[in-house]
Design a protein around this ligand. Structure first.
Ligand code: N01
Length: 512
């Protein structure tokens, strides 16, 4: 067996994995490999290429603090611009020589005697992969990366074109077709207005109406871009202003949902502005508290729903047939192209099925029983030297995930620095620390609108616990992750057992 030995194996080359690579490199931890299932960097911004894809967090904030970009064209950038930004940062980072693309993790198993992870990979597409022996594994696999197909009877029998929003088939021409979109979440409300004028007919299948407030987007002028580029400190000041304005939303989500009533009014006014028909207005009016699900932003969604060639279908879907969709009232609607915008596996991360810890138990088994949890969203008891970025309870509804990613990466790099300085072979968070962390989060969750707002959402797991979102301010998270805290970890000395997989290092393998 050809085994490559590395200090650190990073999984995923999206915002998280790239940030880890850059910060490891800067910290002198240069013996690492980033494995990525796709053929380029970018993660979710590489995969989600659907028409209308854009970020709903301002780009000045939704970007790395260490790689400011004065050239964003709009306040909310479209997907191609964000992907180009990630590629540029990757190119300029000097770390791409350690990225291995088109590679899937088959499994990752902790070898306690050797104090190392054995990670088997496969080529994406079935080819043979490499086995890595790594001191630490850093997962940047993301929480919104595994498309979730709805369990609707007959879906496999559909004879037309069918694809998920995150796997858009650009070879399918929608012009003049009868198109159906299932789902009305963040992806759908961007897709619907982008395709409505092109298609012959559009059916939008809505199970729960979302709240959609106006999108205050605008194009930056050349003068503004020049000022951001040339005036020292201006871009950083601008970013800080956006950060604090966004942070001001936190109490409405986490403590006092009534504070969001003005936003609720704005959303209802957005419906009245975009739709004249009282019946359609009623159909798209949510019946729960704003903020319970992600608050969406669009100026074009409601006008698209109100167009003559569009129907909003609220009757539950009974089945999918080879030619279309039948709803519970017995109505059959013909469909040429079926777009599945039903979201992602968020509370059962697929990576957990592949990781087996110190006691020989898969992570998915542990999380299945008690729900996803990780100390500081990062470390899990029984899984030494495994660090998550964008792990459990690190998601946000109001601000930039890049801020959370940078916080976690800084914590992980500090852990590695401590391990090296103290000669630790492994660090494993104690079960008590992990449980206390989770109990505190779940206690805080009770007061949030996500729990009390009267809706079901992808934030909640099968036990009704919110294991996805962070229920405090982002600066509180920054504080929690400011430095590694070895006192809640069990540490082991560097193994005296010979690394059983001692083979060429990644650099030797690349250069041979
Ligand atoms: O997915 P979602 P998404 N039958 O889970 C419906 C990020 N994102 O891809 O509400 C019928 O939000 C489901 O209905 P219900 C962002 O974090 C960001 O849109 O469960 N319908 C819902 O309407 C976002 O939150 C951007 O009743 C079914 C929809 O499908 C996350 O990704 C842009 C169904 C799923 O909505 C996910 O967004 C896009 C069924 N069986 C995405 N199952 C930015 O701008 C599900 N639904 C940054």
């Amino acid at each position: 067996m050809n085994v490559i030995s590395v200090d650190h194996l990073v999984i995923g080359a999206g915002f998280a994995g790239l940030c880890a690579a850059i910060k490891l490199d800067q910290a002198g931890e240069r013996d690492f490999v980033v494995i990525e299932k796709g053929s380029d960097v970018g993660g979710t911004w590489r995969d989600n290429t659907y028409p209308g894809a854009a970020c709903d967090v301002p780009s000045q904030l939704y970007s790395y603090s260490f790689a400011p970009n004065p050239d964003w064209s709009m306040s909310f950038s479209p997907q191609p611009e964000i992907l180009a930004y990630i590629k540029r940062v990757a190119d300029e980072s000097g770390t791409l020589d350690r990225f291995v693309f088109d590679t899937l993790v088959e499994d990752a198993t902790w070898d306690d005697a050797a104090q190392r992870w054995t990670v088997r990979t496969a080529g994406n597409g079935g080819g043979e992969g490499t086995t890595y022996s790594a001191r630490t594994v850093i997962s940047g696999a993301g929480g919104l990366s595994a498309p979730k197909l709805p369990e609707i009877s007959g879906i496999d029998s559909f004879a037309g074109e069918l694809f998920h929003s995150a796997e858009w088939d650009h070879d399918v021409d929608l012009s003049g077709k009868r198109v159906a979109v299932i789902g009305t979440g963040a992806s759908s409300i961007q897709i619907v207005p982008a395709i409505q004028e092109k298609v012959a007919h559009l059916d939008v299948y809505q199970r729960t109406a979302p709240y959609v407030i106006p999108r205050n987007d605008r194009r930056y002028s050349r003068l503004e871009k020049l000022a951001l580029q040339k005036v020292p400190g201006l871009q950083s000041l601008y970013r800080t202003g956006i950060y604090w304005a966004r942070e001001g939303y936190v109490p409405a989500f986490t403590m006092a949902p009534r504070l969001a009533l003005p936003a609720q009014k704005m959303a209802l006014a957005n419906i009245r502005k975009g739709i004249k028909d009282p019946a359609l207005r009623a159909a798209v009016t949510p019946d729960y508290q704003i903020g319970c699900k992600r608050i969406l932003i669009s100026n074009t969604y409601y006008p698209a729903l109100a167009a003559d060639n569009c129907d909003v279908v609220t009757d539950p879907i009974a089945e999918i047939t080879p030619t279309g969709i039948v709803t519970a009232d017995g109505t059959a609607r013909d469909v040429d192209v079926l777009i599945i915008a039903t979201g992602f596996h968020t509370t059962e991360l697929p990576i957990a099925e592949k990781v087996t810890g110190r006691s020989g138990r898969p992570l998915a088994e542990k999380w299945n029983e008690s729900g996803m949890s990780a100390y500081k969203g990062t470390a899990v008891a029984d899984f030494p030297n495994l660090f998550f970025i964008v792990g459990p309870n690190t998601g946000l509804g109001h601000s930039s995930m890049v801020f959370m990613i940078e916080s976690q990466v800084s914590y992980i790099v500090d852990a590695l620095r401590t391990m090296r300085a103290e000669g630790h072979g492994s660090v494993e968070v104690t079960a008590a620390a992990e449980q206390a962390w989770s109990a505190d989060l779940q206690r805080r969750m009770k007061r949030t609108v996500w729990s009390s707002g009267g809706c079901a959402s992808w934030y909640l797991d099968k036990h009704g616990n919110n294991t996805t979102l962070w229920p405090r301010s982002t600066f509180a998270f920054r504080g929690e992750t400011a430095s590694f805290d070895p006192e809640v970890y069990t540490v082991s000395a560097v193994s005296t057992t010979q690394n059983p997989h001692a083979g060429p290092t990644q650099r030797e393998a690349v250069s041979s």
